[in-house]
Structures are given as C-alpha cells and as structure tokens.
Design a protein around this ligand. Structure first.
Ligand code: VGL
Ligand code: ZN
Length: 254
C-alpha cells in the first residue's frame, strides 16, 4: 500500500491545499491496518527553498503559472536586464533550460512542503494538527529534494531520475500496489502510472484520494483506466479481507 504525500501542506489551510485533502486521512488509517507493516509505504514531498518548482524561486511569477521554454525567451533580454530567477534560487539559468528541455513544462507551485518546516511532516489527525509518527509505515520515501528536479511520482523525478521505490517494493516481494493519498491529479496519478510501467499490478483507491483540481478528476480516472490501472473503493479492500477472513473461519485454517 502506497500512501502518497499525506502532509499538512496539502490539507486545507496548507501551502498547496487540496480540497477535501483532510478527508482521506481516516480512511487511509483504516486501510493501513489491512496491510502488513513493512508493506505500508508512505511518500513525502520535500523541497528546499529556492527549488525549481516553486513560484517563489522566480521574480514576478504568479503561482500556478505553467513554465515552458518559449516563455523564457523573453526573460533574459540583456537590454531589459530582466533577471527572472530569484537570487535565492538553487538552480541556474542553464539548469532551468536543460530541465525544461526534458520535462516540456513545469507548473510553478505556491510554497509547499518546504524542508525543515511543519509542512513537510506526515499528517495524522483529521485537522492537520496531529503528526503521524513514521512508525506506522514500513518505509518512508522522501522525494523532490533535488533543487533542480520536481518529483510527482514516487518512482522517479519529472526528468526521469529514479528513486529507490521500485527496489523497496521488490525487496518486500510486492507485485500488486494500492495507491492512495494526495493529490490524485499529480503525485497519485504519476506514481500509479510509473508503478504500472515498472511491472506492478496497480489499483488506485479512489475514495482515499482527492485532486488539487477537482474538476480534472474524471479525466484522470479515464487516463488511469486506459493504462490498465484499476480504480477501486476502500470498501473493496475491507470487503475482500472480510470475506477472506470469513472463508478462513469456515475452512478452519489460516
Ligand atoms: C504534489 C504538486 C506539487 C502532489 C506535490 O503531492 O500531488 N503536487 N508537489
Ligand atoms: Zn511538490
């Protein structure tokens, strides 16, 4: 079970609030009990200040701007002396050009999951004020820490740098993954798609996710289905294990 980015930064009131983000917490806590501890794996988003994905690393750029190479054409006009990369940015002009050439475009997000702040913690309580100790998870994967690469997927950065997640899953003998958490249209989606591409059987637990742009949820579901990813409800998991338990009881063995 992969619990994606359930952090206060993505809850209502956080830096990059996902509408209804707090509503997934209780169902995820219930779901976690259905899985062995070592196969309950969380990801957390964590970005240093000056990260390439943050609007605040640029000058005069509104959050949610979609940055492309073409947009940069007018940025460094020597006659206008217009430096658009903030002085505290942890990437250079060259890094940015190279990155955009690989990813095509990058959404510039409001500040979120800033390293060293509360916002990068895992979330526990329904109101975002209780921390989730990391012990409930068999593994916590941190992503997005490299200043020059954003990382939606738990499996790899947006420019393709792999994380250890596929190895962590294979070491644990996992062949089938259930993905839940935040946000459906970014980190959940890309984690599910990359998991499928890496050869895992993948299901997204729909009622244990929420989208940053709720309006996009239907098109994300369609894209996931198209890739052979199952969309399920948490009660399918609760129900399956309840019926497995019942049949075990009837058969009188484990
Ligand atoms: C996420 C945007 C930026 C997510 C993280 O967790 O879905 N989205 N960083
Ligand atoms: Zn992020």
């Amino acid at each position: 079970m992969l619990v994606i980015d359930v952090q206060p930064t993505f809850m209502p009131g956080g830096g990059l609030p996902v509408p209804g983000g707090d509503e997934v917490v209780l169902v995820i806590r219930e779901l976690m009990m259905m899985f062995p501890h070592e196969r309950t794996i969380a990801t957390k988003d964590r970005h240093p200040r000056g990260h390439i994905s943050l609007a605040s690393s640029y000058v005069g750029v509104e959050p949610m701007t979609v940055l492309t190479e073409e947009m940069m054409d007018g940025w460094f006009d020597p006659n206008r002396d217009a430096e658009r990369i903030a002085s505290h940015a942890k990437f250079s002009h060259g890094d940015l050009i190279g990155y955009l050439a690989r990813v095509g475009s990058q959404v510039l997000w409001p500040d979120h999951a800033i390293a060293g702040t509360e916002e990068e913690e895992l979330h526990s309580g329904p109101r975002g004020n209780i921390r989730w100790p990391e012990e409930p998870f068999g593994y916590v994967l941190v992503k997005g820490t490299h200043p020059c690469e954003d990382s939606y997927s738990g499996f790899k950065g947006n420019a393709g740098t792999p994380t250890e997640l596929a190895d962590v899953l294979r070491d644990r003998g996992v062949t089938r993954i259930f993905v839940c958490g935040l946000a459906l249209d970014y980190c959940v989606r890309f984690t599910a798609e990359d998991g499928k591409a890496a050869g895992f059987e993948v299901a997204v637990v729909v009622d244990a996710t929420r989208a940053v742009v709720p309006h996009d949820a239907e098109s994300v579901y369609a894209a996931l289905r198209e890739k052979g990813i199952r969309l399920i409800q948490s009660e399918n998991i609760f129900g399956e294990s309840a019926s497995a338990r019942r049949s075990r009881e009837l058969c009188g063995n484990d």
